[in-house]
Design a protein around this ligand. Sequence first.
Ligand SMILES: [Fe+2]
Length: 352
Amino acid sequence: MSEVFDPSLPISVAKSPPADWYRSESQDHLERRRVLADNWQAVAHLDQLEQPGDYVSGCVGGEPWVVLRDESGTLRAFANVCRHNGTQVAEGAGHAETLVCPYHGWTYDLQGQLKRAPRIAGIKGFDRDMYSLHPIGLQVFGPLVLVNGSGDATALDLDSLTSDFEATGWQDLVRVERRSYELFCNWKVFIDNYLDGGYHVPFLHRDLAAELDLSGYETECFDSYAVQRVASSSEAGERLSGEALYAWVYPNLMINRYGSMMDINVVTPMGPEKCRVDFDWYMEPDVDPALIHDRLTASEQVQDEDIAICESLQVGLGSQHYRPGPYAPRVEHAKYLFHRLVAADLLRSPDQ
Ligand SMILES: [Fe+2]
C-alpha cells in the first residue's frame, strides 16, 4: 500500500511523505525538472566572476547553464546549449572572450549573440540573430549567483533575508575553502535534517549543543525560505560566539552564519538514494590559515554526524516496516513547509 502525502493538513495531524518520495526513480526524475531546474539554483559565487570574460558553467536538473560577466560588467546567464546541435559551448569555469562550441566551432560573444558559424553557406534564409544563446533567469543574492531556467523566472523576494545577513556583515567575508561530500541518501533527507528546528541537535551533536542555548532556538517560515536562529551559550568558544543564523532557501540552498564564519551548502541529487553536498566556507578576511584549519575540523565533526544520521534514515526508508511519521509541531514547521512546496511543484502542470 502506498501512502499519499497530504499538504493541506494542519501540522498537528500531518504525516511526512511516503518512502517513494525518497527512493523512486520516477520521483527523482520529476523532481530534477520541477523542483530543481524550474526553481532558483545557487550555481556560482561572485568571486568567480570578478572580471569581464570570467565564466562558470554546470548542469542542474538536466539543464546545462553558463553564467558570465560581459565586457560592460553585466552578469548574464544562458542555457549552455549550442544553437546548432545542442553541445555545451562552455565547460567548467575560466576566462574567455567568446564562447566557441567545441563541436563545429559556432562562436558566441559574451552577450550570447552568434558571431561566427563555419560552413553554413547554402542554408536558406539563415539569420545569425535568430541563433543567439537562450538567456535564462539570473539573480544575485549576497555573494551568490542564482539561475533559473524555467519560462517564468520571477525573482525571489530575498530583501528581508539579505538585510538579516548584511546585519551580520556577510559582505565583508571571503571564501576560503570548498569541500564536497557524497551521501548515500536522497537529497531531501539532508534538507529534512537541516529543517527540523534544532530537534536533533541535543541528541546527535552533543559537543555543538553544549555551545548553544537551545532553549531559545527559533524557526521562522516565509513563502520560499525559512530562517532558524540560536544564540550561543556561556560555554561557547570563539568559533560560535554570538547568534547563529541558519537560512534555507527553497529548494536546496542553505546558508549558515556564526561567529566569524559562514558556510554555504548546496545539495544536488545524484540518483534517488545518493546526493552530493557542496560546502563553501567564508571567513572574515586576514584570518590565520591555521585557525581556518581548526575551524573546518570543528565544522566537519557536525557534518560527519549529520551524514551518518542521514544515511541511517535512508536505510530505514527502504524497510518494509517504514511508515510516514508525524511532525513535531513546535519545531518541524520548516520541514513541513519544504514538503508542501515540493508537493506543489510536483502537482504543477508542465506548462505552468
Ligand atoms: Fe545536524
